[in-house]
Design a binder for this molecule. Structure first.
Ligand SMILES: [Cu+2]
Length: 537
């Protein structure tokens, strides 16, 4: 089906939706996604929205439409005047308030192709009390989560697991309903760094994020290594419009990086260092990034998952699991030298989705850059002690063992995906399950997460970062903070691989119930998620 027909089809659905939900429409395309860049386009930073006087308030809508190949696109749309802007970057200072007046305008949930979930059944599921939620219109009480519902998760943010802040199990926002307000405060003791926002409706997170619903969130600030540098934001997503299931195909700020088409273009200035901030917003891609000229360019790694290193290491390959972020300084590049951004591929085991090497962009180094980038502000001394400082020296109050496991239902059918506390019975995620782990504010816990499956998984917990202490029982020489970490697959012989992390539950603001899961979102949708309850006392 060509674009024109798709537009007509979209318009018809839109008109029906408008009547159903009483939406006053000024144009037929109002509830659909704005056009996205195409092959060979320049990669430009998303629109920046800065907080003012300590507050960032914005209206944001989640919409959907069919792409040119009838795959469903999902898009976060911000109206910049009368201009539709997809996935703005939200920029706030530590301690600032973030207020999002959010509307779920999903209209299209199925095209010619099924929802993009390789492994999850995409079955509607009741969260909380759907009948009560319907009766009261209170989206905090739960509902039937399906392809038309959504919510927002602020990935990596150390904010309360409460409805209207960062709660994803019982917050079910229906389409066409009333505006829903998110209102939360960036912790004053957060350091500068990159985070991101994305939908998290269980069972449907993968299709919505795969369809493109994701944006960057930056906590402002800098240090001696980054101040004054031009700043480049790269949101790497899956390519939602692929006709064939071309594995490992990504987009950079929505510019597609296909194997057989012109690559995205990154315009840089000769002789100018840059600060790159990359979020892996793909649903399943493990990135292993290099900037390559005649050799791999050394990169100064400033931070992972929004937590800066005290002494930034120099690396040539930057590995980012799904949902992870990496921020690094790119040294001054030379003009007239072929320069590319590439991912080296990733060994995803015998049953994982293939992750072949791929070129992601041509980097054009010129004397006169075509694109002006914002500059990182000057470094200012921290006013308060950084969150999680000194965690390595603390004594754990508990240790736990968890493991990833799967049972396969045929090669093409949905699998069953589990994350289980050692000694408990494996259970697919269900909102009605009691919390798998109970702890309390003040606890310091060491968790060892083992992978019993033949593919890697990406462990993530909401509301807090953790210290990555050991891999396969071997203490790391330089433990580091993260909110998402890869646990390697089992090769079929020898011991299972594991990662040991230290959890710090000392912040009273994170008391409550929240989730941990695999951030391969198909796995999360397929059941690989459980809840923890953190008692305030
Ligand atoms: Cu997984």
């Amino acid at each position: 089906m060509n674009e024109a027909k798709v537009m007509i089809r979209n318009w018809k659905i839109s008109a029906v939706a408008a009547v159903l939900f009483g939406i006053c429409m000024s144009s037929g395309a109002q509830n659909f996604c704005p056009p996205r860049p195409t092959y060979g386009d320049a990669v430009v930073n998303p629109l920046d929205l800065y907080s003012q006087n300590g507050v960032l308030t914005l209206n944001l809508a989640l919409r959907s439409s069919l792409g040119p190949t009838q795959q469903v696109r999902y898009c976060y749309v911000y109206m910049n005047g009368d201009q539709e802007v997809e996935s703005p970057t939200l920029r706030l200072d530590p301690g600032d308030q973030l207020v999002i007046n959010f509307t779920n305008n999903i209209t299209v949930t199925a095209g010619k192709h099924p929802l993009k979930s390789r492994h999850a059944p995409n079955m509607p599921m009741e969260m909380g009390d759907a009948a009560a939620a319907k009766k009261t219109g209170d989206y905090c009480m739960g509902g039937i989560v399906d392809a038309t519902t959504t919510n927002i998760h602020f990935h990596g943010m150390n904010i309360p697991p409460l409805c209207h802040q960062d709660e994803v199990v019982y917050t079910i926002i229906p389409n066409g309903g009333a505006q829903f307000q998110y209102d939360t405060q960036i912790p004053p003791n957060d350091q500068f760094g990159m985070y991101w926002y994305h939908p998290h409706p269980h069972g449907f997170s993968a299709p919505q994020v795969y369809g493109g619903a994701a944006g960057a969130l930056i906590i402002n600030g800098s240090n001696q290594y980054t101040q004054g540098l031009p700043e480049r934001i790269l949101v790497i997503r899956n390519y939602a419009d692929a006709l064939t299931d071309e594995d490992g195909m990504f987009t950079l700020n929505f510019v597609p990086a296909g194997k057989f088409k012109p690559l995205p273009v990154i315009n840089t200035t000769a002789g100018q260092k840059e600060f790159w901030r990359v979020v892996n917003a793909s649903t399943n891609g493990f990135l292993t990034l290099q900037i390559y000229t005649t050799d791999a360019v050394p990169l100064q790694l400033i931070s992972l998952d929004g937590i800066p290193f005290t002494s930034p290491p120099t690396v040539t390959t930057v590995s980012i699991p799904p949902a992870g972020r990496a921020e690094f300084v790119v040294p001054a590049l030379q003009a007239n030298v072929k320069t590319t951004l590439q991912t080296l591929g990733f060994d995803s085991g015998s049953i994982g989705d293939p992750m072949p090497p791929a070129n992601l962009a041509n980097i054009i180094v010129a004397g006169n850059p075509k694109i002006k980038l914002p500059k990182v502000p000057p470094a200012t001394p921290a006013k308060v002690a950084a969150r999680f400082s000194g965690l390595a020296g603390k004594k754990p109050t508990a240790t736990r063992s968890l493991y990833f496991s799967e049972t396969n239902v045929g090669t093409n059918g949905p699998g069953q995906f589990y994350i289980t506390v050692q000694g408990q019975v494996p259970k697919l995620f269900d909102a009605m399950n009691p919390p798998a782990i109970k702890t309390k504010i003040g606890a310091i816990e060491d968790w060892t997460i083992t992978n019993q499956t033949a593919e890697p998984h990406a462990f993530h917990i909401h509301q807090l970062h953790f210290l990555v202490e050991a891999i396969d029982g071997q203490q790391l020489p330089n433990p580091y903070m993260a909110d998402t970490v890869t646990v390697d697959e089992w090769s079929g012989s020898g011991p299972f691989h594991s990662v040991t992390v230290r959890m710090d539950f000392s912040d009273p603001n994170i008391a409550g119930k929240f989730v941990y899961h695999c951030h391969i979102l198909d796995h999360e949708d397929g059941g690989m998620m459980a809840t923890i309850e953190v008692d305030p006392n």
